[in-house]
Design a protein around this ligand. Structure first.
Ligand SMILES: Cc1cc2nc3c(=O)[nH]c(=O)nc-3n(C[C@H](O)[C@H](O)[C@H](O)COP(=O)(O)OP(=O)(O)OC[C@H]3O[C@@H](n4cnc5c(N)ncnc54)[C@H](O)[C@@H]3O)c2cc1C
Length: 452
């Protein structure tokens, strides 16, 4: 497939020529909006069942969050509601390269959350107790045990939470490889193909309208990442979702200081398959105020309180851009989705210098290491930082899977498997009730999981 990252390319922000589809199918059993890890995994699982599936991606496969993330595949520290799906996702990751016949860079080298003090170390124990209920191998390591996982770290943490069975994969490889596998199973994977909206007949979905024409279908999945709220709003579905910008770097190959993933107060760092490190600032997240901030602010108050220390709030061009975006548009004219093929925010320079500085403080062997590339990604999040997976009653045939809130890469394959079952009327094998959209409107307490 041409419109994905070439195998040998490590860049996270590749944007080669955008190949638009020569033709689009007249009809499909299922149409998926969005070529991130959730969309392509669903397409892959559907294609394995022989379902005629078409995926429409306005830009490139994994061009947004799914190609720009840290690459952590972790169970550790997750909200309990996500754990069954995540544990299933781990099973998929373990066999994924073999199933796809392509490398995705998956390695199980463990995940560490270093404690900044004894109090935090004691708090980690609470999650370890949760892990026990799910038969996970999470444990609290004391200082001496932690030292065996790090080579030459200069920080004197009192200990860490550790899950040996957590892993990492290469974002620039995973979703494109899954998309290629779906395509080999006869899925239509269309890039450069924005979906403008849907059409209804006899009270249910009858077609999607793309920039290249109409595809008849009775089943649509909106897996549009940061664009889901806007898409749903055009259908009169209120979906609380906000965005924060995360800044990330990757280094050239360097000394072996760590085999897996480490999160501490200042940085999140993981070893890469190419011998370098993917490193991010742990306490700088940028939120540009937009009309959506006001629209959903009350629902986001608990999350805002929790992330307050890390959030850098600003107001600028983004406010005007969203303000000027119409709520609905004619489906025979270009839509806002065509106007921004790839959400490609600029990295935060302050975060970049913080990453360089802190990496050197924590791992002196990495001091001054060359940064090969820096980028940013827009993380979309829900008020309780848990995804929304739902089939709104107002539009029979329309389904939503979004809001993976900064940790959807790891759970993506598991979500795809559950969604493929949901869309074909089969048992997803996982309780999807906790992910229903109505939880934000029916008086349920909105409680983002505290912690990391
Ligand atoms: C900086 C950063 C670090 C992260 N780190 C991690 C991590 O270490 N581990 C982890 O598990 N998760 C991480 N995440 C989160 C993870 O990347 C996301 O949760 C996950 O990739 C979401 O996948 P998705 O398929 O839902 O959305 P996306 O990958 O955003 O894909 C949605 C796609 O839909 C397309 N689209 C939107 N509207 C339309 C339309 N109308 N027509 C056609 N196409 C459309 C978009 O172009 C986009 O490509 C991180 C995210 C970021 C940004």
């Amino acid at each position: 497939m041409k419109n994905s990252y070439p195998d040998n390319l490590v860049s996270q922000t590749w944007s080669g020529p955008l190949e638009k589809p020569a033709s689009i199918p007249d009809a499909a059993d299922v149409v998926i909006i969005g070529g991130g890890i959730v969309g392509v995994s669903t397409a892959w699982f559907l294609s394995r069942q022989g379902v005629a599936v078409t995926l429409c991606e306005k830009g490139y496969i994994a061009g947004e969050q799914s190609g720009r993330n840290w690459g952590w595949v972790r169970q550790q520290g997750r909200d309990v509601r996500e754990l069954p799906m995540m544990i299933d996702s781990m099973r998929i990751w373990r066999g994924l390269a073999e199933e796809l016949g392509e490398d995705v860079g998956y390695t199980e080298a463990g995940c560490l959350f270093a404690a900044k003090n004894e109090k935090q170390l004691a708090e980690f124990q609470k999650w370890v107790d949760v892990a026990k209920d799910f038969d996970l191998d999470t444990q609290v390591l004391v200082k001496k045990e932690l030292a065996t996982h790090l080579r030459g770290a200069a920080i004197d943490w009192p200990g860490a939470m550790y899950t040996a069975s957590d892993g990492r994969a290469e974002p620039h490889k995973a979703a494109p490889a899954i998309a290629r596998a779906a395509k080999r199973n006869s899925a239509n994977i269309l890039t450069g193909c924005a979906v403008r909206g849907i059409e209804m007949m006899a009270g249910r979905v009858s077609a999607v309208v793309t920039e290249h024409g109409r595809i008849r279908t009775s089943t649509v999945l909106c897996a549009a990442g940061a664009w889901s709220s806007m898409f749903c709003r055009s259908l009169d579905i209120s979906l609380p979702q906000l965005q924060v910008r995360g800044t990330v770097t990757r280094t050239v190959p360097g000394p072996d200081v760590l085999s897996g993933n480490l999160f501490e107060d200042r940085i999140g760092i993981r070893r890469r398959q190419d011998g370098g490190y993917t490193v991010a600032h742990a306490s700088i997240l940028d939120h540009a105020i937009t009309p959506s901030t006001f629209r959903y602010c009350f629902k986001f108050l608990p999350a805002l309180r929790q992330e307050f220390g890390a959030l850098r709030i600003s107001i600028g061009r983004e406010f005007i851009d969203e303000w000027q975006t119409p709520r609905t548009w004619d489906l025979d004219k270009p839509s806002p989705f065509e106007a921004t093929r790839v959400l490609d925010p600029q990295p935060n320079q302050k975060a970049l210098s913080g990453i360089r500085r802190n990496m050197g403080i924590i791992f002196p062997a990495l001091k001054g290491i060359e940064i090969a590339e820096s980028w940013a990604g827009m993380v979309e999040t829900t008020p309780d930082v848990v995804p929304i997976i739902d089939s709104p009653e107002s539009i029979p045939g329309f389904h939503i899977a979004t809001g993976f809130s900064g940790h959807g890469f790891g759970i993506g394959p598991g979500a795809g498997k559950a969604l493929a079952a949901l869309l074909t009327g089969n048992d997803p094998g996982i309780d999807l009730q906790p992910f229903r959209l109505a939880r934000f409107f029916d008086g349920s307490p909105i409680s983002p999981q505290s912690g990391i």
